[in-house]
Design a protein around this ligand. Structure first.
Ligand code: ADP
Ligand code: NA
Length: 342
């Protein structure tokens, strides 16, 4: 079959949590392992997306470094995959501008992530005028920048979570709009690869997803947590008062989440985990969770600690990744600009 270009990005939000890992990043490593040798894999740390919301510069700088080290620690191989910082390849911004000029405001206003940001702004009273007045133009145009990230490399496959599906639809639409505008099939219309993973929930509030931004630090497990940190967080996880172990995400979200975590860390099916632990107590379930998480994250943590000792090397990996990315990006932009008469 034809060679594919796979593109995916993650924001520089520091060390990822278990939800990021099982929900997205583990699949990056699996794609790298399973891709045909002629397929191209491109993984980007998207700093220009991060600044659509206010950032503390010192913290952002550290988190850029930590996410790069994390991606290397989980097994992204910079010799096989192009691994780079989006903000070191200026062509992302250049193509985003061009696509901005081909995107109607109406289309962007219908994007649900924008509508939910607007709803939050309205409900928490930060926007007294009940409109989008204080939200930035960059945040509004976020999905266009994302489309530029993908199209810049003429990507054909994009692994995204369910929550990003609509953004990819906009990207597909923009590829088509551009091709029709210049009357030439410059951009392949990319297809999504839905990540085969369950949502990991907060350990403190299993009605919410595990998230970097939740105030309770013990609601999430970071991929670099020590064994003791993992054990303490799992032991304090909210469960319920029903005896035995079943998988029932609606009425038993806490217990079901722990089953999901075991399954995600060990590749044992949910059914098999539940069958094996059916008569066990919650304490024993938590013991199994700690073992499963440690067996998955122990090697990642040790690799992270090793990698973090040489920040010069981490920067060098980024520099080389950006060079490779830029070579491809420049080629696309020459084509794009020529077609537009620029
Ligand atoms: P966060 O919500 O912690 O800020 P992001 O929104 O930056 O995480 O998500 C980065 C990636 O990780 C996305 O692909 C997203 O779908 C995935 N992801 C985030 N949280 C979870 C979770 N709790 N379970 C599964 N996947 C998740
Ligand atoms: Na988020």
């Amino acid at each position: 079959s034809k060679a594919q270009t796979i593109f995916s990005g993650i924001q520089p939000t520091g060390v990822p949590h278990l939800g990021n890992y099982l929900g997205a990043l583990a699949n990056w490593v699996a794609l790298q392992k399973n891709a045909d040798p002629q397929d191209r894999l491109i993984y980007s740390i998207v700093g220009y997306h991060a600044i659509t919301l206010p950032q503390d510069p010192r913290r952002l700088e550290r988190e850029r470094m930590d996410i790069m080290a994390s991606l290397l620690a989980i097994g992204i191989n910079p010799e096989r995959s192009i691994l780079f910082h989006q903000d070191q390849v200026l062509e992302h911004v250049e193509l985003a501008w061009i696509l901005n000029c081909m995107t109607s405001m109406g289309k962007l206003k219908r994007v649900t992530t924008w509508k939910s940001k607007l709803a939050v702004a309205r409900n928490d009273g930060t926007d007294k005028n009940q409109d989008d007045g204080h939200l930035s133009l960059g945040l509004f145009a976020y999905p266009v920048l994302q489309a530029a990230d993908i199209l810049l490399y003429k990507a054909t496959r994009v692994p995204v979570g369910e929550d990003q599906r609509q953004h990819l639809e906009l990207c597909r639409d923009l590829a088509d709009v551009f091709n029709r505008t210049v009357k030439s099939p410059i951009f392949p219309v990319p297809r999504h690869i839905i990540t085969p993973a369950k949502r990991v929930l907060s350990l403190r509030d299993p009605m919410q997803k595990m998230s970097k931004s939740a105030p309770a630090a013990n609601s999430r497990i970071l991929i670099t947590d020590s064994f003791d940190e993992i054990a303490a967080k799992v032991r304090s996880a909210v469960t319920d008062s029903t005896r035995g172990i079943t998988y029932d995400p609606i009425s038993r979200p806490g217990v079901s989440n722990l089953v999901t975590i075991i399954s995600g860390c060990t590749d044992e099916s949910i059914e098999s985990v539940v069958e094996r632990l059916a008569d066990k107590g919650h304490g024993e379930l938590k013991g199994e969770v700690v073992d499963a998480v440690e067996s998955k994250l122990g090697p990642v943590r040790r690799e992270y600690e090793r990698i973090k000792q040489d920040e010069g090397w981490i920067r060098e990996v980024g520099r080389r990744g950006a060079e490779k990315a830029r070579a491809l990006a420049v080629e696309t932009m020459v084509d794009v600009k020529t077609r537009l008469g620029l």
